[in-house]
Structure formats: structure tokens, C-alpha cells
Design a protein. Structure first.
Ligand SMILES: NC(=O)c1ccc[n+]([C@@H]2O[C@H](COP(=O)([O-])OP(=O)(O)OC[C@H]3O[C@@H](n4cnc5c(N)ncnc54)[C@H](O)[C@@H]3O)[C@@H](O)[C@H]2O)c1
Ligand SMILES: O=CCS(=O)(=O)O
Length: 455
């Protein structure tokens, strides 16, 4: 039997099986990427920009095929997959724009004595070879968020997608080649864990750009040694509804940012805090909206909630809901399961230390938590090892400003949910949500170093 089987999360049919790459294949790919540095060094920025622009066009041209590949391998609904490809086109386009705009700065030595009559010209240079490791949930857009900026910065790239995403990843790499990237500049491999660690530790790999969970991040950090690490990790992001907030907007954000992608998104609204005065009204509207969502076949254009990625994931989320109920929580809607599909679930009275809310729960569950004061809210929201993003619905700008200062997050969206993301905005968290920033311009800087010429 092959090392890995790609199973369709909806229906369970076998899509493909394959063997993982071993250490020899890793060494071969890295040798190729070392040679490919000369290709990048000889290429002017405008040519890199043109290639990324072509990639954006190719992604658009093949959007339907790519969306279907993503849906088949992840169970993400086809409408979600289409949104992902639209985002990936923008990410490639933003990488093309930024590739031309990488600029340094000039410094005059006369700012401090002694007088030296010198000028420093500070430029951004590529790190060399960057290994990009991606998760299952946004297999194309997250990959483009890594490959686009790494290429724009002038690096060569070793791309390791999630094992479930082999087909969409191969198609993406083929589009990159068709756009004009040299195979010496981009190599894709899916090694087993020991061979992945070998690549991570390899002295010719200068940086790891990783998106995924804490366990893998810890293993990568342990293997990497002294090299640049860019980590985009998990979240337990709060959506906050204040008494003066737009309830309709808040319900819309909760539904779209928790039940889409079956809740398997780092920035999903995983905890919903509602101020006591509007708790009942918000809950009633949320339940109304939840029960009308179509659940089922992810290839159906009308489906809003499809399956989780695999049976173990569905077992885990289903088990956490059952555990919360055993601790006194009340299910208001959902908690039904068929195969890997979990019906969108709204639940209240979950104890704050139940794993359903204390840990990152990757599934379509909204735990409602009432609160009275802003101080109480801030304590609850910050009581997490994670700190990715947050969203607040309020008309009070001074409150928004104060929450911006007090919440431990990388982004606060006002009158939107924590799932807000524009591809060119800085993206990343604090605490265990990660290290460094994505968002095209910021990712380019993360995958570059500053070199200074003194004249
Ligand atoms: N912050 C973000 O931008 C962001 C975005 C998407 C997902 N995520 C997080 O990713 C997680 C879900 O994705 P997942 O289940 O694919 O994550 P995962 O950590 O299991 O896997 C991510 C990638 O790491 C690889 N990997 C696993 N173990 C490894 C090891 N020991 N050494 C090297 N590589 C290893 C996997 O094969 C995969 O390619 C969630 O925690 C989610 O919050 C974060
Ligand atoms: O899992 C999250 C990735 S994104 O949608 O926030 O970019």
C-alpha cells in the first residue's frame, strides 16, 4: 500500500494514493534550488513582476478547475473554493505590484558625530532559499501568499503542501512554471516527517515560512536551528457584540466567519461574546440564520456547510461538543452528524475551561458567552494562549480604540468579524498565534535581509 491516500472527505472515495518523498529527493531538490539562485540573481525585478502578473491571470483562467480540485480534496464548499481562488489571484497580483516596488532608503552619517561625510544606501536582498510549508484549509491562497512574496523578493523556493493537497498544489506549481518561473527557482515535494525535518534543518535552506498548527511549529522550530522562522499558527478569535452594535451585521459576520469552510479557518469567529442587554435578541437572530443554511454535498453550489477534512477531525469536534454538554452546556441548534459533516451548532453555557472554547476548535460551532462590562470582556478575550485577530460590533469609536489597545491580537476589525483579511494588509498574530507577518509587502520583507552600501 502507498504511504498516503487522498480520500474525498465527502463520500470517502479514494482520489489518489502516493508515496512520500525521501531524504534523497529532498537533497536533490535543494541542490537544484541552490543552482537556481543564479537564475533569480540574473532576473530584474520587472521580470519577476511580469511572471507574477501572468500567474495571477493563469489562476483566473483556471479558477473553475482549481476550485473543483480544492473541493474534492478538502470538502470545502465549491463557493468557498471559488472565493479562495479569487483571493489567490489578488495575492499573486499584489506580489507582482510589490515586486516592482521593493525599495530601500538612504541614510546620512551626519546624524551623529564624528563627522564622516558618508551616505548609507540600504537595500533589501533575498535570503537565498525559503522552505514554504502549508496547511490543508486554504491550499492555494496560502501557498500563493508564500510563493508570490518569496519569488518577488528574489529567493528560490522549496514548497511543501499538506499531503491531502497534492493535486491542487501540483496544478498551482504547473501554473507557476507556465507563468515563467524556472524549475530551479521553485520545487515542490511532499516528504514524510523525518525527510521534512531533514529539509527544515538543511544548511542551504535559509528560512522556513510555515502556516499550520502548534505541534508542527514546535517540531519545525526544534529542527530548524539558527535560521529565519515565519510562523502563522492557530487562533481562538473573539467576535464581540456590544449593546450598541449592529446586530444584523454581527449575525452575518458570525455565520460567514464561523460556518464557512466548516469553521476550519485560523481566523474563524471561534468565541462569540455578546453583551448581556442584546444577548437574547442576538441569539434569536443567529438561530434563525443558522437553521436556514444548506448543509451537505460541497460540490453543490447552494451548500454553505460541507464536511470536515477527515473523520478524526469530525470525531474531535463532535466529542468536544459532547464534553461541553456533559459539563452543563446547552445546544441551541445543530450537534447533528452524518459522516464527516457536522451541522452548524450554536451552544451556550459552555464553561470557560471546556476544551471546546479553551482550545482552538476547528469546526462549525458557535459558543455564545454573555458578558456585562468591558473589563470582564477583555479578561475573557485575552484568556487564551492564542492572539490572532478579533472583531467588534459597536458604534462607539472610543471603545473601539480602547479595545485596540487592550486586546492581545494582530488585528482588530471594527464592525466586522475576526475573519477579516485583505491580502495586502499585514497578517499575523501575537502569543502562540505566530511569529512575523504575512501580507504581501510584509512577507517580502520577512523573506529578505537589509544590506547596506556605505559611500
Ligand atoms: N495563522 C494562519 O495564517 C493559519 C492559516 C491556516 C491554518 N492555520 C492553522 O493550521 C492548523 C490547521 O491546519 P493543518 O491541520 O494542516 O496543520 P498542521 O500543522 O497539521 O499541518 C500544516 C503543515 O505542516 C506539515 N507538518 C505536520 N507536522 C510537521 C512536522 N513535524 N514538521 C514539519 N512539517 C509538518 C503538514 O504536513 C502540513 O503541510 C490550525 O491550527 C490553523 O489555525 C493558521
Ligand atoms: O485559515 C486562515 C487563512 S485566511 O483565510 O485567514 O487567509
Amino acid at each position: 500500500m502507498a504511504d498516503y491516500q487522498i480520500i474525498n472527505p465527502f463520500g470517502g472515495d479514494l482520489i489518489e494514493e502516493y508515496d512520500f518523498a525521501g531524504r534523497e529527493a529532498v537533497d536533490c531538490a535543494i541542490d537544484r534550488l541552490v543552482e537556481g539562485r543564479a537564475v533569480q540573481a540574473a532576473m530584474p525585478a520587472w521580470q519577476r513582476s511580469d511572471i507574477l502578473m501572468r500567474l495571477s491571470g493563469l489562476l483566473r483562467e483556471h479558477a473553475d478547475h482549481l476550485a473543483r480540485l480544492i473541493t474534492a480534496e478538502t470538502g470545502k464548499t465549491i463557493s468557498d473554493s471559488r472565493v479562495e481562488i479569487e483571493r489567490a489571484c489578488n495575492t499573486a497580483l499584489a506580489s507582482a505590484m510589490e515586486a516592482r516596488a521593493i525599495t530601500g532608503e538612504a541614510l546620512d552619517s551626519d546624524a551623529y558625530p564624528p563627522q564622516r561625510e558618508r551616505i548609507g544606501v540600504v537595500l533589501w536582498k533575498p535570503l537565498g532559499t525559503v522552505m514554504c510549508i502549508t496547511p490543508f484549509n486554504f491550499p492555494v491562497n496560502i501557498a500563493v501568499h508564500k510563493i508570490g512574496p518569496a519569488f518577488a523578493a528574489g529567493n528560490t523556493i522549496l514548497f511543501k503542501p499538506g499531503p491531502q493537497n497534492k493535486r491542487s498544489a501540483e496544478f498551482l506549481v504547473d501554473l507557476c512554471y507556465r507563468a515563467g518561473m524556472d524549475p530551479g527557482v521553485l520545487q515542490m515535494l511532499i516528504p514524510d516527517i523525518p525527510a521534512t525535518s531533514h529539509a527544515v534543518a538543511h544548511p542551504q535552506v535559509h528560512a522556513i515560512n510555515f502556516t499550520g498548527g502548534t505541534a508542527a511549529a514546535n517540531a519545525i522550530a526544534a529542527a530548524a536551528g539558527y535560521k529565519k522562522l515565519l510562523f502563522e499558527l492557530g487562533g481562538n478569535d473573539p467576535l464581540i457584540v456590544m449593546e450598541d452594535g449592529d446586530l444584523e451585521g454581527a449575525v452575518h459576520a458570525a455565520i460567514n466567519q464561523r460556518f464557512a469552510t466548516a469553521g476550519q479557518r485560523c481566523t474563524a469567529a471561534k468565541r462569540v461574546f455578546v453583551q448581556r442587554g442584546v444577548y437574547e435578541a442576538f441569539t434569536a437572530r443567529l438561530l434563525d440564520a443558522t437553521t436556514s443554511l444548506k448543509v451537505g454535498d460541497p460540490m453543490d453550489e447552494e451548500t454553505f456547510v460541507g464536511p470536515l477534512i477527515h473523520t478524526a477531525a469530525a470525531d474531535e469536534v463532535h466529542g468536544r461538543i459532547a464534553d461541553a454538554v456533559a459539563r452543563g452546556a446547552r445546544v441551541l441548534s445543530g450537534h447533528r452528524r452524518e459522516g464527516n459533516i457536522l451541522w452548524p451548532t450554536v451552544i451556550e453555557d459552555v464553561p470557560d475551561d471546556a476544551p471546546l472554547v479553551a482550545d482552538e476548535t476547528f469546526g462549525p460551532v458557535i459558543p455564545l458567552r454573555p458578558f456585562d462590562t468591558v473589563d470582564e470582556l477583555v479578561t475573557l478575550a485575552n484568556d487564551s494562549p492564542f492572539g490572532l485577530q478579533a472583531g467588534v460590533f459597536t458604534r462607539d469609536l472610543s471603545l473601539a480604540r480602547s479595545l485596540f489597545n487592550r486586546l492581545d491580537v494582530g488585528l482588530l476589525a471594527v464592525n466586522d468579524g475576526p475573519g477579516f483579511r485583505a491580502e495586502h494588509f499585514p497578517f499575523g498574530g501575537v502569543k502562540e498565534s505566530g511569529v512575523g507577518r504575512e501580507g504581501v509587502r510584509y512577507a517580502i520583507r520577512e523573506m529578505s535581509f537589509q544590506k547596506t552600501l556605505v559611500i
